[in-house]
Design a protein around this ligand. Structure first.
Ligand code: UD2
Length: 323
């Protein structure tokens, strides 16, 4: 089998590619390095890499040639980025996804698995979120990811291209970028706390998230490839832990793991933010055989250990450049 991972130099894409390579599979990856990094590719020995942008249909045609399965992880993620620049988010996430689907269909790809987002649910009061609830996106980012999901379903219905959408809930883990204003909260908090810097909580910290360790998401993707067509294609599945933690609770747990002594700063709530998010993962459990292997705390421990190691490496590099 030949696999294609879009966004392979990004956080989640690099983890999926790494697991496929570990299993001895043939993996091609594309990335435009807008948010992905060359550093992330270093872990991916054996990867066939093409630098390409999803907005370039000809490049997507070249990427899909001879491919059996596509994991579509490339996107401009981040709610605040989309609030600031909705057009770029739409170009990458909606037009980019459409181009990929057109190319995948022409190339006779067997199945496309899509990184959808829990932001599709928006701020509806009902918890946990179930796939049969009406979507209610708030931010341009949420609209763009949901747009991609609708294209996935349409390509299955209209052209018979097999597609599966996985609605990821706040994924975290090693290699998640921590150095951008648009970084995920756990990447930011962990790296700051390890450096003794004070993190800022937007709002009162009582907002909650279903934080999901990246290995759980990798498992879901691999199962989505092999699950029965009639059970999964043209559909969307929540991929999460099925629990929720407030930012205040999470900060307290991280204080224990990182050894950070200070308190968080508090600032105004972020525009487009959802208050509470938690998944019902019954459907993915039943139809994909999804069973998240890593708990929240275990995931935090592994993630902190990774950032600690990175910090030690950069400390060594800084010391040797001074010498
Ligand atoms: C959304 C989606 C998630 C994924 C992600 C990609 C929801 C519920 N989740 O995550 O599935 O698609 O987008 O970007 O829509 N925060 C702080 N301080 C900081 C940074 C963030 O307090 O320095 C808060 C932020 O206001 C929010 C929470 O932490 O309440 C999580 O923010 P995030 O950017 O990590 O992820 P979120 O929930 O927008």
């Amino acid at each position: 089998m030949q696999y294609l991972v879009t966004g392979v130099a990004g956080f989640i894409g690099s983890h999926i590619a790494q697991e496929l390579l570990r299993r001895g599979e043939r993996v091609r990856g594309v990335d435009n390095f807008v948010t992905g990094t060359r550093e992330n590719l270093k872990e991916l020995g054996g990867l066939e890499f093409q630098q390409a942008d999803l907005r370039d249909l000809a490049a997507m045609r070249a990427a899909c040639r001879g491919v059996d399965y596509v994991f579509h992880e490339a996107a401009l993620a981040s709610v605040p980025r989309s609030v600031k620049d909705p057009v770029s988010t739409n170009d990458a996430n909606v037009t980019g996804t459409l181009n990929l689907l057109v190319a995948a269909r022409e190339a006779g790809v067997k199945r496309v698995i899509y990184a959808e987002s829990s932001s599709a649910y928006g701020d509806t009061p009902t918890l946990p979120k179930r796939e049969d609830m009406l979507p209610n996106p708030i931010s341009p980012y949420a609209v763009s990811k949901l747009g991609g999901e609708h294209y996935m379903a349409a390509f299955y219905r209209v052209y018979g291209l097999e597609t599966v959408s996985l609605r990821y809930f706040n994924v975290f883990g090693p290699r998640q970028a921590a150095d951008s204003p648009y970084s995920g909260v756990l990447a930011k908090f962990i790296s700051m706390m390890l450096e003794g810097k004070q993190p800022t909580i937007f709002g009162d910290g009582e907002q909650s998230r279903d934080f999901t360790y990246v290995d759980n998401v990798v498992q879901a993707n691999l199962r989505a490839c092999t699950a029965a067509r009639e059970a999964v294609c043209g559909r969307a599945f929540n991929i999460a832990l099925g629990e929720r933690y407030t930012l205040n609770q999470t900060f307290a747990v991280l204080r224990g793991i990182t050894g950070y002594q200070g308190e968080p700063a508090y600032a105004a709530e972020r525009a487009g933010d959802v208050k509470h998010s938690q998944a019902d993962i019954t459907l993915a459990t039943q139809q994909l055989g999804y069973a998240p292997p890593v708990s929240f705390e275990e995931g935090l421990h592994r993630t902190v250990a990774w950032y600690r190691q990175e910090l030690a490496k950069s400390g060594v590099a800084a010391a040797s450049s001074r010498a």
